[in-house]
Design a protein around this ligand. Structure first.
Ligand SMILES: [Zn+2]
Ligand SMILES: [Zn+2]
Length: 337
């Protein structure tokens, strides 16, 4: 085949040699200026008149929507620099790989990015105090402690982060109330599953209630409340029945797992048995103690509070490491932990 333009006998594509093809046809183009509308609060991109999308997908869509390809181009692939934040004008470099029959070409392009800020629908709702659900954290028998709340807040924040592709995954407001804390959430669907996840992780009982708060398109709109009441026994609590003293190692939806401080034997306790135990909150100290002497079944340590030597029977699974060991002092007693 000859090139119809220059007569070259090289391989032709659509009757043109490679050089004439590139000179003659604009295989891919993009306008000199590309406009983006971005939310200054969350960084989302507006596509069309009302669709907001996450920044990476936004960059990709903005470029794809502005590129124009010659009809010969098949399966283009696009690489681009990350767009900088802010409303300055930026030059953005692109590299487009295109494929015409067996010919692969890499075409560099660039455009000037012009940005306009506009607060998105979700951020303006958030600013207006919008919420679909409240996650209420309370306690059975005693209020959630600061430590309980810290664990719960970290868990919720991580979960919001993991769900950030969901634009409704946000916390509007956190409010300390008598007996616990209320979290005002953007998504009722996500709040429901988050409350279940919290229950699996921290134990307790969940109660769900809803009430109508308005109408949208002729349908009732509900607001949901997911109440998680933390159990009487919580992780790291020291509890006792009449005979033994235990540390709570974990709590699930249905059980508490205890470790006997004398023997280190494990016990699994159902919620309905919790009332047989006394919970000792804070009346103990955990510290390091120096090991004085150790034999097969016993260990002698220096009590870190009284500074006197104490001999303790070793639990079966106990293995000392180094010259010191962790102990818990409860009233006048001391245990290895
Ligand atoms: Zn040619
Ligand atoms: Zn936003």
């Amino acid at each position: 085949m000859y090139c119809v333009k220059c007569g070259s006998e090289e391989k032709t594509y659509s009757n043109l040699c490679q050089k004439c093809l590139i000179d003659d046809r604009e295989l891919v183009k993009i306008p000199h200026y590309v406009k983006r509308i971005i939310c200054p609060e969350c960084g989302d991109y507006l596509m069309g008149s009302s669709t907001w999308i996450r920044p990476f997908d936004g960059m990709q869509s903005l470029i794809e929507n502005h590129l124009e390809f010659d009809e010969l181009v098949k399966e283009p692939s696009i690489e681009f620099d990350e767009f900088p934040d802010g409303t300055n004008e930026f030059q953005i470099q692109l590299s487009i790989e295109i494929n015409i029959e067996e010919l692969y070409l890499e075409i560099p392009l660039s455009f000037i990015l012009r940005t306009k800020n506009q607060v998105c629908d979700v951020c303006s709702r958030k600013k207006g105090g919008y919420f679909e659900a409240i996650i209420q954290i309370r306690g059975d028998g005693r209020d959630p402690s600061e430590q309980d709340m810290e664990g719960i807040k970290n868990f919720l924040n991580k979960s919001l982060d993991l769900n950030k592709s969901d634009r409704q995954a946000f916390l509007t407001k956190e409010s300390k109330v008598k007996g616990g804390t209320d979290f005002y959430m953007g998504s009722c669907v996500l709040s429901k599953s988050q409350t279940r996840d919290l229950q699996n992780r921290f134990g307790g009982k969940v109660t769900e209630t809803s009430k109508i708060y308005g109408q949208r398109d002729g349908n009732d709109v509900f607001r949901y409340t997911y109440l998680l009441r933390l159990p009487k026994m919580r992780k790291d609590d020291i509890v006792s029945d009449k005979k033994n003293i235990y540390v709570v190692t974990s709590v699930s939806k249905s059980f508490a797992f205890l470790k006997d401080l004398n023997t280190w034997k494990k016990r699994k306790i159902r919620y309905d048995e919790f009332n047989k135990f006394n919970v000792n909150i804070g009346g103990y100290t955990i510290s390091k103690a120096v090991i004085i002497h150790e034999v097969e079944k016993e260990i002698q340590i220096l009590d870190p509070i009284t500074m006197t030597p104490v001999t303790i029977k070793k639990p079966e699974d106990y293995e000392s490491e180094g010259q010191e060991t962790m102990v818990i002092s409860i009233d006048d007693d001391i245990y290895l932990i």
